[in-house]
Design a protein around this ligand. Structure first.
Ligand code: 5GP
Length: 122
């Protein structure tokens, strides 16, 4: 697949990022537009465009995203209070960058998962 997303550029060191975790399968860095006191993006080192394109060969990296999330949450001091993990997929999911990523958000109460849905769109 094409590998020219902003996240691939971060992984290759071509643009700067505040990297908080890296291992053989995943890398994590702070979101450039922090939506909570902790807002970290966890990405597989091998690019896959979205959750809609994952295959069995990605399972090790997908599992590592969760164990990395746990380690980062503990390092950030937010594990006990709790946090939210989000994977946006494709257009209706609100995905903007087509290199699969997990948002780790925490450091304050995050409220409901979605805005209240009495607008008829639920
Ligand atoms: P999505 O909507 O695709 O789930 O989220 C993409 C996220 O990437 C957004 O929260 C956005 O702020 C973040 N982002 C976009 N460009 C950059 C960048 O150049 N550096 C970093 N660190 N985050 C970025």
């Amino acid at each position: 697949m094409s590998d020219d997303t902003v996240f691939s550029k971060i992984l290759r060191g071509e643009i700067p990022a505040d990297i908080v975790y890296r291992d053989d399968l995943v890398t994590a860095f702070r979101d450039i537009e922090q939506q909570a006191p902790t807002h970290v993006l966890i990405v597989p080192n091998e690019p896959v465009a979205s959750a809609a394109e994952v295959e069995p060969r990605h399972e090790a990296a997908l599992g590592r995203m969760f164990t990395a999330a746990r380690a980062i949450a503990e390092a950030e001091g937010i594990a006990e209070d709790g946090y939210r993990l989000i994977v946006n997929c494709n257009d209706h999911g609100g995905q903007e960058v087509y290199h699969l990523h997990m948002h780790l958000l925490g450091g304050r109460p995050l409220g409901r998962m979605l805005a209240h849905v009495d607008d008829g769109e639920a």
